[in-house]
Design a protein around this ligand. Structure first.
Ligand code: SF4
Length: 225
């Protein structure tokens, strides 16, 4: 659980956050306009709001909400698409085999979720059957993710997998193209890198080498900050 005392409690409300690299028309097409909502501006309030959230239909099928994990002053924020079965059961993102691989990958560049990486998902509740989160669900959950980013103020975001990257960046470009560019997100123009989801790497180990190249880029970028 993030430490609510490690950040200032008052953050100016902001709706809607706009990924700087996405055309507004594309965003409107990808995500319907959700009901107006201002997420709590402190970690504890935010975690409580997620725990009791019923803003989208995923609340009906979840076991646990999956808020996020890691130190709340981490310079690196990893964002995936949504909880799977094990995450739903345990209430923690990126556990199980994919989580283990992610931890190994991060460790190879000197990073761990206990020390210097904050990990979250685009949606905080598991889509049934591990389907992709739908546009209305992403839009409903976006105020929580955006507040996490505002509070954390990461130096870099690493989006893992096509769905997380497309939803975060408001793009429908393929992962191969998104991986090739440095993106920015939100009013703070936070740099965003895109790489493969560890679940994909478990199925396609041949792409681990490219993932390693991505991580080295992340490591170099953080070293410069
Ligand atoms: S996915 Fe997000 S918006 Fe939907 S119920 Fe869960 S916390 Fe609320």
């Amino acid at each position: 659980m993030p430490n609510p005392a490690s950040r200032p409690a008052v953050i100016p409300p902001r709706r809607p956050p706009t990924p700087a690299s996405a055309p507004a028309t594309l965003l409107a097409e990808l995500e319907p306009t959700p009901p107006a909502y201002v997420a709590p501006a402190d970690w504890q309030g935010l975690a409580d709001a997620v725990r009791s959230c019923d803003r989208c239909k995923l609340c009906k099928t979840r076991t646990n909400t999956v808020f996020g994990v890691g130190p709340t002053d981490a310079p690196l924020m990893v964002i995936g698409e949504g909880p799977g079965a094990e995450e739903d059961a345990r209430g923690e993102p990126f556990v199980g085999a994919a989580g283990k691989l992610l931890d190994e990958m991060l460790k190879s560049v000197g990073r761990t979720r206990s020390d210097n990486v904050y990990i979250a998902n685009v949606v905080k509740c598991r889509p049934p059957g591990n389907r992709d989160p739908e546009a209305d669900e992403v839009a409903a959950c976006r105020p929580f993710l955006d507040r996490q980013i505002e509070l954390l103020k990461p130096s870099l975001i690493l989006a893992l997998g096509r769905i997380a990257a497309q939803r975060l960046l408001g793009s429908n470009a393929p992962l191969s193209k998104l991986r090739d560019a440095l993106h920015v997100y939100g009013p703070a123009s936070t740099p965003v890198r895109v790489s493969y989801h560890p679940a994909y790497l478990l199925r396609t180990p041949a792409d681990k080498r490219k993932s390693w190249e991505d991580l080295k880029q992340v490591h170099r970028a953080l070293d410069r900050r």
